[in-house]
Write a protein that binds this ligand. Structure first.
Ligand code: NAP
Length: 352
């Protein structure tokens, strides 16, 4: 272990100060100093370079409701995906200077335990040769695995099929669109601004895209895919899922990835589904999934996606938020669609 005296003993980090009623506000957060625990046997101290803003954190900001993750404790530093360099190590698998992907986000420094290898365990990552540390939070990390597993394992997309992707200009959606094109599918995409719609078609290769805010989703989807769709990759729920159920062909599949249309709403206000009978009529398969359920396929995912990246066949879109203090506003903005691609907070190193 290094000399503790030269290492930080506290960190700036973000806490939730109350559980919001509906819409999240910046005033629900505090950015402040937290004590760091000792680096005891089996743990490491990491200086974060980046942390990730993920919609699932919003689910954890509702008291006592979630089964997806446990709710955040109030007034304690939040956690989430991050990447940084090891400053001190009391674990044989990690050396000072290693880059590591871990779950101690929303802060500058994190002391993280290294339990048995599971989805949340710190993982050493390679940087260089065109790969930056932040790629491991996005295209080569949780967002990438979500897109890959949802499309190819859950959605079982085949060449020549048509897939509809919602929240398509976001972290997962931008990758789903491009992976589906690489597989030889026809891609219909939806997003919330005209700029995003242009980007999806002109830069990411979607065949058709529409702005879901300007017309009912069902009308736009029917116009975009008059012959129907085979797979729906659902990051939204609500009106998008209802429209997709009507437009899916017999035997179609739905990869239930997220329901962001409801995250900022209280239970009874969340949109329901009206067209589920279509699943019976057409023999549809609706399957929910979490990326971590495909952790045992991580190496295969990584090899395939890293190869696409190296061949410049995948664009990694990102929206960068500068500094921890801006992270609450960046998070709220992402929930409302201010981002394109992965929302990442750059952690500015302290000068003193
Ligand atoms: N199952 C898993 O393991 C897993 C893993 C990662 C993410 N997810 C889910 O996948 C979805 C996307 O996550 P992400 O990380 O890629 O985030 P993201 O798409 O980068 O950001 C969220 C986007 O959702 C869109 N949105 C917000 N409210 C909406 C609404 N009412 N209707 C339609 N679109 C809306 C916004 O874009 P617009 O401008 O287009 O509205 C926003 O940019 C989320 O539901 C998330 O929970 C699931």
């Amino acid at each position: 272990m290094n000399e503790r005296a030269v290492l930080p003993t506290s960190t700036r980090g973000v806490a939730l100060t109350r559980y919001p009623e509906g819409e999240l506000q910046e005033s629900d957060f505090a950015v402040r100093e937290f004590d760091l625990p000792e680096v005891t046997q089996g743990s490491i101290l990491v200086q974060n370079e980046w942390f990730s803003l993920d919609p699932s954190s919003r689910i954890r900001m509702t008291a006592g409701e979630s089964t997806y993750f446990t709710p955040f404790a109030l007034d304690e530093v939040l956690d989430g995906w991050a990447v940084g360099r090891v400053l001190d190590s009391a674990h044989d698998d990690f050396a000072v200077g290693d880059y590591v992907h871990h779950f101690g986000g929303w802060r500058e420094y994190a002391v993280v335990a290294v339990p048995d290898k599971d989805w949340y365990s710190p993982r050493r990552v390679e940087v260089g040769g065109g790969i930056d540390s932040r790629h491991h939070l996005g295209v080569l990390g949780p967002s990438g695995l979500t897109a890959w597993a949802g499309l190819f394992r859950v959605g079982r997309l085949k060449p020549g099929e048509t897939v509809f992707v919602s929240a398509a200009a976001g972290a997962v959606g931008t990758l789903v669109v491009q992976m589906a094109k690489l597989m030889g599918a026809t891609v219909v995409a939806s997003a919330g601004t005209d700029e995003k719609v242009r980007h999806l078609v002109d830069d990411l290769g979607a065949d058709v895209a529409f702005n879901y805010r300007v017309a009912p989703v069902l009308d736009s989807l029917q116009a975009a895919a008059p012959g129907g769709i085979d797979v729906y990759f659902d990051g939204v729920g609500g009106d998008h899922l209802d429209a997709a159920l009507l437009q899916l062909r017999a035997g179609g599949r739905v990869a239930l990835c997220g329901q962001i249309a409801g995250y900022n709403l209280k239970g009874d206000d969340r949109p329901g589904i009206k067209n589920l009978f279509s699943a019976i009529e057409k023999g549809l398969t609706l399957q929910g999934f979490l990326a971590r359920m495909y952790f045992d396929e991580f190496d295969e995912f990584y090899r395939e996606v890293a190869e696409w990246l190296a061949r410049d066949q995948l664009i990694f879109d990102e929206t960068i938020i500068e500094g921890i203090d801006a992270s609450p506003a960046g998070f709220i903005g992402m929930l409302h669609g201010t981002n394109i691609g992965k929302s990442l907070v750059r952690v500015t190193p302290r000068t003193s």
